[in-house]
Ligand binder design. Structure first.
Ligand SMILES: [Zn+2]
Length: 315
């Protein structure tokens, strides 16, 4: 059986749900497509993630505008992936915040990542011609960055928890509400993409730091919002388990193809029915194979390399 490349044949619209998590705190989820969020300050908005195109972001903003008309002062980018950043121009934000490494990664591989992600999942790129070019953060940081929301609303703390899904992920934490926007470091009922990851650090210290916030609501990169401590812990545990199984199976294999087959067999019973599982796995195993064989930084994915890896492992 020939599997269509990545998510190139996944063309069905997903249903988007806007949830008000607390007064002035919003999440838009989409049945496994990338999640986004927004937090109201006293007289401004902080938006979290930008989606893949300005047109897609504009649809989200129109829904958000049913709740608040405040201007977007900050657009926060959790990491450099195209489907998270290329819609940025729609927000008209005064400040675009990301981690130091995210800016470096955009400079190093932003163009290739754009081409790669577009070919992998074209459905997310609604009106691709609306993208004006790469998105550049205007403010970056290495450890934490705090935004005073004003008017007794408390702080929004942006924090880097270590290397994980990429070299420069950040999370957004609302201590007063105990709400965490975790980006792609945590997925809730969606498969993990690890093609640009540092699996060993992600599965240990990075997820430990994510868990240490003690969130009571968690918005992951994809999938449903986790409500309550038990669901938050389950989402983090699931993400860690996915990585741990990958590390065990790829580590035990003597070749790349065997690594893929072992990992697929081990993960499928629990995760095979979740969004983008088949799409992600060849890229995930390829990166982890490299990581376990001394390739320190993830190799750049190009549209051509994507096809080679897919044909070798998934066809
Ligand atoms: Zn990502």
């Amino acid at each position: 059986m020939i599997k269509p490349f990545a998510s190139s044949a996944d063309l069905g619209e997903k249903r988007q749900s806007l949830e008000v998590l607390a007064e002035g705190v919003y999440a838009l989820t989409a049945e496994g497509d990338p999640n986004v969020g927004a937090i109201e300050g006293e007289d401004f908005l902080v938006c979290f993630e930008a989606l893949a195109t300005p047109t897609a972001a504009g649809d989200w903003l129109a829904r958000l505008r049913e709740h608040t008309g405040k201007p977007v002062r900050y657009l926060v980018l959790s990491h450099y992936h195209a489907v998270r950043v290329l819609g940025a121009s729609a927000f008209g934000a005064d400040v675009v915040v990301a981690h130091d490494k995210t800016r470096e990664l955009i400079a190093e591989r932003g163009e290739q990542d754009w081409a790669s992600e577009y070919a992998r999942m074209p459905r997310l790129f609604k009106d691709p011609g609306s993208i004006p070019g790469l998105t550049w953060p205007t403010v970056t940081f290495s450890d934490t960055f705090t935004i005073d929301l004003g008017g007794g609303r408390g702080d929004l703390v942006l924090a880097h928890c270590g290397r994980g899904h990429t070299e420069g992920d950040l999370v957004a934490w609302l201590p007063d509400r105990r709400i965490l926007f975790a980006g792609d470091l945590v997925e809730s009922q969606a498969a993990l993409y690890t093609g640009d990851a540092f699996h060993r650090e992600w599965a240990s210290g990075t997820l430990d730091r994510v868990a240490s916030f003690g969130a009571e609501t968690l918005v992951g990169g994809r999938g449903a919002v986790a409500h309550g401590k038990a669901e938050v812990e389950a989402a983090i545990a699931q993400s860690r388990d996915f990585l741990t199984v990958m590390l065990r199976e790829v580590g035990a294999a003597s070749g790349l193809k065997e690594a893929f087959e072992r990992t697929h067999r081990a993960l499928r019973p629990r995760y095979g029915g979740w969004p983008i599982f088949e799409h992600c796995l060849p890229f995930n195993v390829s990166r982890l194979w490299d990581e376990l064989h001394g390739v320190e930084r993830p190799r750049v994915w190009t549209a051509e390399r994507d096809r080679e890896v897919w044909d070798e492992l998934q066809s």
